[in-house]
Design a binder for this molecule. Sequence first.
Ligand code: FES
Length: 118
Amino acid sequence: MDNWIDIAALNDIPRLGARVVKTDTVDIAVFRTSTDGVFALKDECPHKKGPLSQGIVHDNTVTCPLHNWKIDLASGKAKAPDEGCTHSYPVKVENGRVYLGLIEQGGGDVEQLVSARA
Ligand code: FES
């Protein structure tokens, strides 16, 4: 991965919350856990496209706000008995900055940070 994009300071993402990064093609939810783990998933539940960025973060899981499916933050997979998977993206933290790994698709992938949620 050689296309790391600086999206925010770690402290701009509330613990147990998320920020949404809009790209040309997809909204990406970037989550921060209670232990400062950072994960990035497509902001769309594999069930009926609920906004995962508005879910409840606990451990390494987010609970979808619509019907309470539990989605693993690392893999994007729904936890049993539910089935499905949303796309996960590479993310890293260096020197207090959060970087999202994106495959460039025609340039100008990341437009803006649009919201934060505690
Ligand atoms: S849309 Fe997420 S649980 Fe239904």
